[in-house]
Every structure is written in structure tokens, then in C-alpha cells.
Design a protein around this ligand. Structure first.
Ligand SMILES: [Zn+2]
Length: 1018
């Protein structure tokens, strides 16, 4: 297409090359309505579209967020209650989502098949432009008053989701610098919704908000991929533009009041434990004034943030850590360039009240000193290295790379710039580099302009307060009571009844067939080969994988961890965390870290264990690397740095020591502070790991290394004398590095050749050789380690005879873990079929079907949880069930058992099974990045998994028949009683059966709860 060309009512405004993503950018406007379209046209077969609406948020009711959820619950052409989950069930999407930000609501979807792509676009277009927005959906997704006997509680999917947010100190602390800096703008409101205000939202306002903002004039359509622009415009014209009667208006940005920014800003957040009450996070925050050249400001802000406080050895962050004014860096530290105003934050957490102001003056004096003395050249060099590497690397973080292009584009396009302006990062960055090279004072002038002379700044303190949390809980109760008092009781009960009826009504045959889907016959099983070569260099096994890595080389060096005795395993995560972070050879850690980062993007290490494949050959089992536990060092670098990068990696492995105990103490403190805040957002991961931990040794190790046990260990190491810890880590590292290693490399042709030239020298200088034998640990040693959680626990350790659940369950001992907060997560693990069998593929289809039908309906739609999933983990022969932010986690086990029981004897039609197969197919065809392909191939090598196993499973998948599903149901029904149930629940959840007071009369649980009850104090 060409500029000014007209097509179906659209006019091409501009066509520009966008070299940063190898695309041509085509920018169009629909002349009658004002809808804008931006297509990044390229060769990528994974096409992405997104509908973007400007929804500047001016209130705390979460209206934009609730609309985002609700439009996906039924529309004119697809009037069923949950088209979104139907798509998840039966489309070949590689990404399907919706999200709300302060200023925009975005509906992005990606698919690798064209027919599927347009199916998805059709359903999404109808959802956003023509939703039904029923009252029942408003109550379900937004907010409602629940009445159960004397209990009156507020519920709703978004309401519960946001209650979870408000239980997390770090989430609340993140909002506060924004509130301080953007005082007088609409950005101080909570776009997600504050649970104290969500109940104020009326159904009328909710409908009006949609009408006002979800119109063609206020819609931007982002397109990415190889489907021709014309075809996409045809589709938009036919399915949206032809059907709308009024174009509506573009959203206007709310007027801003000129409010002076407070020099000091103080706020409270939830305390996650008794001991942390009163501790402060202190964040120095700057607002970068609005500017015509947005992309230049964004690039400069990003550069400054990377240079000054990107990590512990960046000068400002280091000064803060060395000062001892706080415990560790505040996680809010960084740059925020996605809002209308870019902002910069840095700070500390765990600051005593008397030290708050000192944090502010320290940062300013450090900045002044940097301006005076200049920035060391190496610091600039390592930042450039990081930026260049991350620009070149092909990544996929929970979705295709196009999503980050989308977000980047909105950053400019949304606020009046051209949609490609903020995508032309490389050219702008090159200009910055030139300015730095030609003017030795350039960086100082940036520091002066953006930070030191910038009066738009605030020193923000957020204090963790139990009283704050308690007060909020009380206010929530009062709001519920007030809602009840003021409600028309008949109407209230009537609307609740209507909602339940709406939720529990099964789909009719007609409804089931409404949402378009592909036929199984249209799906193909492609064998996506990954080429890995196994060779031996000087007695060391080397795997090399050739991939189009864009000039980046990835290296793994794996040392066997199983030369250690079981008791030492719990130190492994700490050891890994320290790699590349502590110094060696008497040189200070920050000098060493700078040295590493001048030639690579840093060195890291991680532990790994997995079960050996059931299908592993005898020949494989004889290999010295077969099925072992590992500590894996990893590094990535630009291929022209191969020699330097390998040399620094070799030093790190050979020379690292833990003699700098003050650095070690800082790392351990930071680790503990970070990991303990992860229970609330990742409770589902913790509960699942715990429920699985008696399955096999690898699952036990996951629990020990990454699960609740790891939090207990982090706490133990934090309180342990640091000299003792240092000695222990030294001892372990020596053992590991003397036990031989295997090497894995992923690179393109040139990278591989450079690597093989340097490899013999690397092997020699690192002193690696053939692998040593395992230490004779017993699996039971590891199971025993998972028994002691490593916390000081309150509550009874004995079986508690409270209410609930099936008494016939003959499973393992269940666990109920109480933590601070108001979120609930339940997990259940029970036996499934082995990997590589038809049974396991049938279970894959059945669990997918169950997750997206009955379980979704019962746990999410009716139960009000934020998420639920039942999935297979066939390498361990288990099925895993987990719920997320679940207000009724204790009842959720019964939901699963009942759902399986309901399917017993049921006939599954071919249509239903085929749709589920299509949905499963999607997760199997998600494109992989070059580095993840190479990592997968390495993993398969270590655990004896055939490279063709995924292809075989895909072929089996396409042949699954209804009778296979019936058999899977029968097996699940037999085994669903034989598992382990773990609930992690916040003390404040209404359902808490262990809470002594106000227990009487609550019918939340019937039957009996058996198992271990633990209350964790963090
Ligand atoms: Zn949400």
C-alpha cells in the first residue's frame, strides 16, 4: 500500500520502514469513523491483532478493568456466557488475553493459522463493540453483595482480584510514587479498582462507560505479521464498521490541575507479618517533564536508570546498599516510561524511620559526586552491552515478541505521536551513543537535567502497617453491612438468584456450536526438528545446537549437584544466586561484576532436576550424565566477545569465593526479603509444588529449591552467622567444581565456529573433566527434608478435626498452610498416565476440556476465583489441579471430585472432543525462540527424552477419539481419591476453618478436614 491510497473507506496516512522489527509500518485511518489502524507487515507467520481503546481512568471503582472482563462474557453474535473460555478451549491461539492500564484497555490475540486468526478476530471484534453487558455479568465479574445467613460479604472476580493486590505490600508501594509525582492528574486513581470503592460502581455507570469509550473513533487497531493489510481491512469493514451506527468520539485526556508535588510523601501499605510492622520502603522519585521528543526522553531515561541503579554494582544503588540505611534495594527501583509522563525511581526497603531523609540526601550527594568526578568508562560500556544484547535477542516472555512491540507503540501512539515513533529505538539509541562519545559531559548534563535540577521530585515513604490492613478489613465489613441496609432485600435476593441461574445454566447445543473453530482435519502435525550435536572435547561431553540466534551465543556448563549429601542440597539455590555476584581473587565484587558485564549480559546459575524419561533407552542410562541433579552456570554474549566471555566464565567457576561476608550478607538479606513477598502473587505455584513433593525425587527437589521450603531456608540462611554460611558455600562450591561437567552451546554458524576455537582452552582453564559418580543419597532423605518447612510455625501440627471434605480419601496427608493476607490457593496432585503413552495424551485432552468447562464454570464463574487449572505432568505421571486467588479454597477440592464424578458415564460427542483437541494443539505449536529450543534440546539430552517425543504426542493428539476420553474419565475417577491436597490461605479469608471465633453457624465446610495445619509467620 502507498500513502494516500484509499481502500474500503480507509486512507493510508503513511508507509514507513520499521527496521527495529524488520517490518513495514502501514498507518491508516477509517475516514468516516476515525478508527486508526497500524500494521507492522513482515514475514512472521504468527500474526497478532489488538483492539486498543483509550480509557483514561479517573475513578477508583475499577470501571475500565471490570468492562475489560465483562465484554468477553457474551456479545450480540455470540450470546453465550463465556466466549472467552470457549476460544481458550478450542482455538489455535498462541496468545489470548485482555488487559487494562491507567490509560488504555487492550485486547491482544495471536495465532499461527490464518483461518483461526480471523475466527478469533471475529469473536473479539463482536465482544468489544457489541457486548451484551448483562446485569448478571456485572455482578459476576465486577461486584455484588453475597448473603449467606447472617454473613454479608462483597464478591466479584475483579473485586477479589484487587483484594489480592491490596494484600501485597510491594504492589501498593509501587502505586505511591506515582500518586506523589502525578498529583493533580487522573493517574493517581487506581485503574484496577480499590476494593473500598469498587462497590460504589453502579450498573448504569458501567454501561455508560462502555458506550462512551468503546467506539470506532476511540479505537486503535494494532496488527502484526504476514497476512496482507487488505484482507484485514476487509474483515474490519465487514465485521465492525459496516455494523455500527455511530462513530462516537475520541477520548479526551482529563484536565490536569497544577498541584505542587510534595517534597515528602508518606503512605501506608499492608504489613505481611508482625515482625515487619513499621518498616519503611523509601523511594526517591522524579517526574520527567512532558516533551515533544518522546522517544528521545524515553531512551535517555532508560539509559540513566540502567546506568545509575540497574543492579547492585550501579553507582547509586551501590551507595545506597553500602550506606546500611536500609536492608536492600526497593523493588520499585527502575524507569517507568509507559505512562504519559516518564518517571524514574530508586530507593531502599527496610529503612528505619529516623533514616528516611538520609536516604534522599545520600542519593542526591551521590549524583552530585558522579557529575563532579565523571562516570567510569566501564560503567558506560556495560550498560551499552546490556542494551545492545537485549535489542538483538529474540525473546518470548509469556507471549510473542509482537506484544512488546504493541506496548512500545502505544507508549507514543496513544499520546499523539506516530505509532512507529517509539519503535525506532535503535536509531535513537545510536544517536545517544554518539552524543555521549562526542561530549564527555553529556551524561552529567543528563543527570543534572533529569534528576538534580529537576524540582518535580518527591521522597516517598511507604510504611507497612498492620493497623492499616485491619482498618481496611473493618471498612470492607462496614461497606457490606451498609450495602445490605440500603438494599431492597427482595430485589437483592432476586438478582443473586438470577445470577446463579445464569451461571449454572449449561450451554445449549446451539450455543456450543456458535463459536467458530477449525476442524481437526485442518490441523497438521509438523515435526519441528532441533539440531543438537553430541561430541567429546578433551574427555568432556559437549552438546551444540545451531539456531538463528542473531549473533548471540548462549553457553551452559552443568556440574553434577548429586555429588553432595542430601543435607547440603538446601544451600544450592543460595550458591546459585551468588554466582557472578560475589567477587574472587581478592578483587571487590563490584569490579568483578562490571568486568563480567562488559563482555556479556552477566553470569547466572540455577539448579536442575527432573525424572528420567520412562522411555529412556538402556544405552542412555549408561551415560555418565543420565538423569542427574545439576548446578548449571549460564552466560550469553555477542559472538564477537566469545574469547573474553569464556575467560570470565572460567574465572567465575574456578575462582569464586565467599570471603566477602558483608556482600554475602547483603545478598542473603535481599533474597529473603524478595522471596517472602512472593507467596501472595505465586501462591498457586507454591501450593502445587507442595502437593507434588512426594511424587518423586525431582518434585521433592523442586519444593526444596523453589517451594515453601526454599522460603524457610532463605529465612534460615538470613539468620545464620554469615561466617558459617560463607564456609559452607565455599566447601560446596569446591566439591561441585571438582566433579566434572558437561557443556551446552546454542549459537548461529559463526558463533559456533568461534566457540569451538576457544573451547579446548576453556575446558583446560576451568579444569573440567569427565563426571564424578553420585553420592549415595536415598530418595527418602529428600522427602524427609520437605517435611520440615523451615519456619517457626504456629498452630497445631496434629490433625485438626475441623470441618470438610471427603472422608473416603485414602490419600497422603493433606496440608493447610495459613499465611498473612486475604488470598486463597488450593492444589491437588493425583496419579496420571506416563509420558509417551496414548493414555497420557487422552488425559491431556480431558484435563484441558474439564479446565475450560466445568471447572471454569464452578470455580471461576460461580466460585469467584481468579483462575483454575487441571493439567497433566506426564513426565512425573501426575495430574495437577490448582486454583488461584480463590475465596473458597477448602471447597475447591470437592469441586474437582464432583466434576470428575459428573463426567462418569457421560457420552462425549466428537464435536466436543475435536474442539478440545484444537485447543490442546495450540499449546503444542507455540513458536519457540532460538535459545529456548537449544535449552530444550539440552534438557532432553540430560533426561533421556527422545527428540521426536513431542511430534509423536502431537500425532497421537490428532487421533484422540471420544472413547479415549471416556477411558480417561474412568481412570481419573479411580485415582482422584489418591492424592495430596494443599491449601495456602490468608488468615483473613472468610472461609478460614481454623479461625476460632465466629465459627458457629458458618456452613462453608461440611464433613471433616484432616491433615496437617501450619501457620507460617514470615
Ligand atoms: Zn483483571
Amino acid at each position: 500500500m502507498q500513502a494516500n491510497q484509499k481502500y474500503k473507506g480507509f486512507r493510508v496516512l503513511n508507509v514507513v520502514p520499521v527496521p527495529d522489527c524488520d517490518s513495514t509500518g502501514i498507518y491508516l485511518v477509517h475516514e468516516k469513523t476515525g478508527m486508526e489502524v497500524f500494521h507492522l507487515l513482515n514475514d512472521d507467520e504468527e500474526n497478532t491483532f489488538a483492539f486498543i481503546f483509550a480509557t483514561p481512568n479517573e475513578e477508583n471503582t475499577g470501571v475500565a478493568h471490570i468492562i475489560e472482563h465483562s465484554v468477553l462474557c457474551g456479545s450480540k453474535k455470540y450470546p453465550l456466557k463465556d466466549p472467552f473460555i470457549r476460544l481458550e478451549n478450542q482455538s489455535v491461539n498462541t496468545y489470548l488475553n485482555a488487559y487494562t492500564t491507567q490509560d488504555f484497555t487492550v485486547f491482544p490475540v495471536a495465532s499461527v493459522l490464518k483461518a483461526d486468526y480471523f475466527n478469533l478476530m471475529g469473536v473479539y471484534a463482536d465482544a468489544v463493540f457489541f457486548p451484551l453487558l448483562k446485569k448478571e455479568v456485572f455482578m459476576q465479574e465486577g461486584v455484588r453483595l453475597e448473603v449467606e445467613g447472617k454473613n454479608k460479604t462483597i464478591s466479584g472476580v475483579v473485586y477479589n482480584e484487587m483484594k489480592g493486590e491490596y494484600s501485597s505490600f510491594e504492589s501498593i508501594a509501587m502505586q505511591k510514587p506515582i500518586e506523589a509525582l502525578l498529583a493533580g492528574t487522573h493517574c493517581t486513581t487506581d485503574f484496577g479498582g480499590d476494593p473500598l470503592f469498587i462497590p460504589e460502581l453502579t450498573y448504569k455507570h458501567f454501561k455508560e462507560f462502555h458506550k462512551k469509550h468503546y467506539c470506532a473513533a476511540n479505537c486503535r487497531v494494532f496488527l502484526y505479521g504476514n497476512i496482507p493489510t487488505e484482507e484485514q481491512l476487509d474483515f474490519l469493514e465487514k465485521n465492525i464498521l459496516k455494523k455500527i451506527s455511530s462513530a462516537g468520539k475520541k477520548a479526551v485526556w482529563p484536565k490536569e490541575k497544577n498541584v505542587k508535588i510534595k517534597k515528602y510523601f508518606h503512605a501506608y501499605g499492608p504489613a505481611d507479618s508482625e515482625s515487619k510492622d513499621g518498616k519503611n520502603s523509601v523511594i526517591c522519585s522524579w517526574k520527567i517533564p512532558d516533551c515533544v521528543d518522546r522517544v528521545r526522553v524515553q531512551v535517555e531515561a532508560l539509559f540513566l536508570s540502567a546506568l545509575l541503579w540497574f543492579d547492585d554494582c550501579a553507582p547509586v544503588q551501590k551507595a545506597l546498599l553500602d550506606s546500611g540505611l536500609g536492608e536492600d534495594a526497593a523493588p520499585q527501583t527502575g524507569h517507568y516510561i509507559s505512562l504519559k509522563y516518564p518517571m524514574l525511581f530508586c530507593g531502599l526497603r527496610g529503612v528505619k524511620t529516623e533514616n528516611i531523609k538520609k536516604v534522599g540526601s545520600l542519593v542526591l550527594s551521590k549524583l552530585e559526586q558522579l557529575c563532579r568526578d565523571g562516570i567510569p568508562e566501564d560503567d558506560v560500556k556495560r550498560v551499552c552491552m546490556e542494551v545492545e544484547l537485549s535489542n538483538k535477542e529474540i525473546v518470548r516472555i509469556s507471549g510473542p515478541n509482537s506484544l512488546s512491540l504493541l506496548a512500545r507503540s502505544i507508549r507514543g501512539w496513544g499520546y499523539g505521536a506516530m505509532p512507529w515513533d517509539t519503535l525506532l529505538f535503535t536509531a535513537e539509541y545510536e544517536r545517544l551513543k554518539k552524543r555521549i562519545a562526542s561530549d564527555p559531559n553529556y551524561i552529567s548534563s543528563l543527570i543534572q537535567k533529569y534528576l538534580l535540577q529537576n524540582k518535580e521530585r518527591s521522597l516517598v515513604t511507604v510504611t507497612a502497617s498492620l493497623a492499616w490492613s485491619k482498618k481496611r478489613a473493618l471498612m470492607e465489613k462496614k461497606i457490606a453491612q451498609k450495602m445490605y441496609r440500603e438494599a431492597d432485600k427482595d430485589e437483592l435476593l432476586d438478582s443473586l438468584q438470577k445470577m446463579r441461574k445464569f451461571q449454572s445454566k449449561p450451554l445449549s447445543k446451539k450455543e456450543e456450536n456458535l463459536i467458530p473453530s477449525l476442524k481437526v482435519e485442518d490441523l497438521v502435525a509438523k515435526n519441528k526438528k532441533i539440531f543438537t550435536k553430541e561430541s567429546e572435547v578433551n574427555g568432556v561431553t559437549v552438546f551444540s545446537c545451531k539456531e538463528a540466534t542473531n549473533g548471540i551465543t548462549y553457553v551452559h556448563v552443568a556440574f553434577p549437584a548429586d555429588v553432595l549429601c542430601a543435607a547440603d542440597y538446601e544451600y544450592i539455590p543460595c550458591l546459585c544466586m551468588c554466582m557472578g555476584e560475589v567477587g574472587w581473587g581478592g578483587e571487590p565484587w563490584d569490579k568483578i561484576q562490571t568486568k563480567i558485564q562488559c563482555v556479556s549480559s552477566g553470569i547466572g546459575a540455577y539448579p536442575q532436576s527432573a525424572p528420567v524419561s520412562y522411555k529412556a533407552s538402556k544405552e542412555f542410562l549408561k551415560k555418565p550424565y543420565a538423569g542427574r541433579d545439576w548446578v548449571i552456570f549460564r552466560i550469553k554474549f555477542l559472538e564477537e566477545y566469545t574469547k573474553d566471555a569464556l575467560s570470565v566464565l572460567s574465572d567465575c567457576i574456578q575462582k569464586t569465593d565467599f570471603s566477602d561476608t558483608s556482600r554475602l550478607k547483603d545478598l542473603v538479606t535481599s533474597q529473603y526479603n524478595s522471596i517472602r513477598t512472593t507467596i501472595v502473587p505465586y501462591g498457586h505455584a507454591y501450593s502445587s509444588m507442595r502437593a507434588a513433593c512426594t511424587t518423586n525425587k525431582a518434585c521433592a527437589l523442586h519444593e526444596i529449591w523453589e517451594g515453601l521450603s526454599a522460603i524457610g531456608t532463605a529465612k534460615k540462611l538470613y539468620s545464620m552467622p554469615v561466617k558459617k554460611l560463607s564456609a559452607k558455600l565455599n566447601e560446596i562450591l569446591v566439591k561441585i567444581r571438582n566433579s566434572g561437567a558437561v557443556v551446552n552451546v546454542i549459537a548461529d554458524k559463526k558463533g559456533l565456529s568461534l566457540f569451538s576455537e576457544e573451547l579446548p582452552q576453556f575446558i583446560k582453564s576451568t579444569g573440567i573433566h569427565l563426571l564424578r559418580k553420585k553420592f549415595a543419597n536415598k530418595d527418602s532423605d529428600f522427602y524427609a527434608m520437605t517435611e520440615r518447612l523451615g519456619f517457626k510455625t504456629l498452630g497445631s501440627n496434629k490433625s485438626s478435626s475441623c470441618s470438610a471434605s471427603k472422608s473416603v480419601r485414602s490419600g497422603l496427608e493433606d496440608e493447610y498452610i495459613e499465611v498473612p493476607g486475604a488470598s486463597g490457593y488450593s492444589a491437588y496432585v493425583f496419579p496420571g498416565a506416563r509420558m509417551g503413552t496414548k493414555d497420557s495424551v487422552a488425559e491431556f485432552v480431558y484435563t484441558h476440556l474439564l479446565s475450560t468447562t466445568t471447572l471454569w464454570n464452578d470455580v471461576r464463574t460461580q466460585g469467584g476465583a481468579y483462575g483454575v487449572v487441571l493439567s497433566t505432568k506426564s513426565d512425573c505421571a501426575i495430574l495437577k489441579y490448582s486454583t488461584y486467588r480463590d475465596p473458597n479454597p477448602f471447597a475447591s477440592l470437592n469441586t474437582l471430585v464432583n466434576a470428575v464424578e459428573k463426567d462418569f458415564g457421560k457420552e462425549f460427542s466428537k464435536d466436543v472432543v475435536d474442539r478440545a483437541i484444537t485447543g490442546c494443539y495450540s499449546s503444542e505449536v507455540i513458536p519457540r525462540t532460538p535459545s529456548s529450543k537449544g535449552a530444550l534440546a539440552f534438557f532432553r539430552k540430560l533426561y533421556g527424552i527422545e527428540p521426536t517425543s513431542a511430534f509423536k504426542a502431537l500425532k497421537t493428539l490428532l487421533k484422540i477419539k471420544p472413547e479415549d476420553i471416556q477411558k480417561a474419565v474412568n481412570r481419573c475417577r479411580d485415582k482422584v481419591q489418591k492424592g495430596k491436597f494443599v491449601v495456602i490461605f490468608g488468615s483473613e479469608i472468610a472461609e478460614n476453618p481454623f479461625k476460632k471465633e465466629e465459627k458457629k453457624g458458618n456452613s462453608g465446610n461440611d464433613g471433616q478436614i484432616r491433615g496437617k495445619y501450619v501457620k507460617i509467620m514470615l
